[in-house]
Design a protein around this ligand. Structure first.
Ligand code: AP5
Length: 209
């Protein structure tokens, strides 16, 4: 199954994609995670992307499209994938249509106030990237990852100014692409304000899983 997850910051795209990839045994391809991995390893791509990410801006299309085309051409993505964080504007959506077919687009909806509350409490494992929330999805031991015991940290782009910018860009550039997929009859929407388990159930039901 070839899937896209769209939704505002904090709607739970990464959280839900992580659960679904286990169920479907397909790769979870998050452009944000790929950039963060490159920043951690101090690569040329990471250095370039960080300039935009820390300010809450989009990384230039040319860079992201090249990266995704390359990732989708790898063997593990031939039969299916979950794209999380791509496409984010019409330019990227058009480039993706030229590269591959998509079965379903899952829109996880959430209001801005809840999104900001969620992002403020998000903690991520420094090593493996597992995502937690101090209130809604806490680790067993405070500040430590359940998977590998590593330290949990806050993302650099989760500062208030960057969050506002990211939400503004979402409404202006990313939200409109849901219409592009609606017209193709492949868009499904779920209410992201429910609990993590309930959002998961809704997604599975609407995907017929
Ligand atoms: P990216 O990493 O994709 O971030 P994002 O889109 O801003 O999304 P988030 O990771 O903030 O939210 P999410 O929906 O995944 O929420 P999560 O599951 O973590 O992108 C970062 C940056 O990279 C961009 O700003 C841009 O600069 C660049 N970039 C990436 N892709 C690009 C592209 N295509 N083009 C150009 N630039 C690009 O959940 C959030 C929190 O809420 C967690 O703590 C979680 O535990 C909790 N939570 C989740 N679901 C629930 C629930 N149902 N109830 C309660 N709590 C919940």
């Amino acid at each position: 199954m070839k899937l896209i997850f769209i939704g505002p910051q904090g709607s739970g795209k990464g959280t839900q994609a992580f659960r679904l990839k286990e169920k479907l045994n397909i790769p979870h391809i998050s452009t944000g995670d790929i950039f963060r991995e490159n920043i951690k390893n101090n690569t040329e791509l990471g250095i370039e992307a960080q300039k935009y990410m820390n300010e809450g801006k989009l990384v230039p299309d040319e860079l992201v499209i090249r990266l995704i085309k390359d990732r989708l051409s790898q063997d593990d993505a031939k039969t299916g994938f979950i794209l999380d964080g791509f496409p984010r504007n019409t330019e990227q959506a058009k480039a993706l249509s030229e590269a591959t077919d998509i079965d379903k687009v899952v829109l996880i909806d959430l209001d801005d106030a809840t999104a900001i509350e969620r992002i403020g409490g998000r903690r991520t494992c420094k090593k493996c990237g597992t995502v937690y929330h101090v209130k809604f999805n806490p680790p067993k031991e405070e500040g430590k990852c359940d998977e590998d015991g590593e330290e949990l940290i806050q993302r650099d782009d989760d500062k208030e100014e960057a969050i506002k910018k990211r939400l503004e860009i979402y409404h202006k550039e990313t939200q409109p692409i849901s219409d592009f997929y609606k017209e193709q009859g492949i868009l499904i929407s779920v209410d992201g304000s429910k609990s993590i388990d309930d959002v998961e159930k809704d997604i599975n039901k609407k995907l017929g899983l």
